[in-house]
Design a protein around this ligand. Structure first.
Ligand code: PEP
Length: 269
């Protein structure tokens, strides 16, 4: 298996000049959805200034309900244009989700990393198409998937010769999540477990995993202590007004405080 660890080897590679698998713990920060041009420009500016290495945000979204409104709607091609503008203006690389193969050419023009969402983890034709673009890929773990199935999916990417693969833990579905509104439970144990058997870097997304803003800072720090090689965070200028999942993003000042704490924990381990 290509994703399997050989002796003590851990993958180290650069994406857009940022090293993964080394000392730095890169941060992907931004809104859940690319809601508007002004939102993405102001977020790019602020998260970059605070210390994020990548801007995140979905223009194509796997929204839970099919009913659309002006606010609850994907911005698709237009959203990609705004991401591209933010990337250029603030010199911050971008990660965005791919839902369908037919949009790969325009997503590849904008995004430095292709994000494969939890729901598509085992969409094997999509994985193969993404891998063949040779773009770096973040493979989010399906919330019902075992480590074995997750690594099997990563193998679909690697077998195409694509070596720049990031795994991302984003919470698993369990009957007890401690709050009625929480849907997932962060599986921090999967970080050391994955590191025992794969050389690939593991990112943790405490925003999707907790689904609850007050728990994001402590679970971010715990993720770093557990050995995470990167952190994905939802950061929004006005979290309670976020069009999607308004319970989970943190604002700029919380991100600034958390960023300092993240550096301190990283230094201490
Ligand atoms: C996201 O990161 O925007 C997202 C939809 O995450 P997940 O696929 O983990 O639900």
């Amino acid at each position: 298996l290509v994703a399997k660890k050989n002796k003590n080897h851990h993958s180290k590679f650069k994406i857009a000049g940022i090293e993964f698998g080394g000392k730095l713990i890169p941060i992907f920060a931004g809104p859940n959805m690319v809601e508007s041009r002004s939102l993405i420009l102001s977020t790019a500016k602020n998260v970059k200034k605070i210390g994020a290495q990548f801007l995140r945000g979905g223009a194509f979204k796997p929204l839970t309900f099919p009913y659309r409104s002006k606010k609850y709607n994907e911005t698709r091609e237009e959203g990609l244009k705004w991401l591209k503008e933010a990337r250029k203006k603030y010199k911050i690389p971008v990660i965005t989700e791919v839902m369908e193969e037919r949009f790969l050419p325009i997503i590849c023009e904008t995004s430095d990393i292709l994000q494969i969402g939890s729901r598509n983890m085992q969409n094997f034709p999509l994985l193969t198409a993404c891998a063949r673009t040779k773009k770096p890929i973040m493979l989010k773990r399906h919330y019902g998937s075992s480590l074995r199935d997750w690594l099997g999916a990563a193998e679909y990417l690697m077998v195409e010769g694509n070596k720049k693969i990031l795994l991302c833990e984003r919470g698993v579905s369990v009957p007890h999540t401690h709050r009625n509104t929480s849907r997932f439970l962060i599986d921090l144990q999967v970080v050391p477990a994955a590191k025992e058997i794969t050389h690939l870097p593991i990112v943790v997304d405490p925003s999707h995993a907790t689904f609850w803003r007050p728990w994001v800072p402590s679970m971010t720090l715990a993720s770093i202590a557990a050995g995470a090689d990167g952190i994905m965070l939802e950061v929004h200028p006005n979290p309670t007004k976020a069009a999607v999942d308004p319970l989970q993003p943190i604002d700029f000042s919380s991100f600034k405080k958390l960023h300092k704490e993240m550096k301190a924990v990283a230094k201490s381990i």
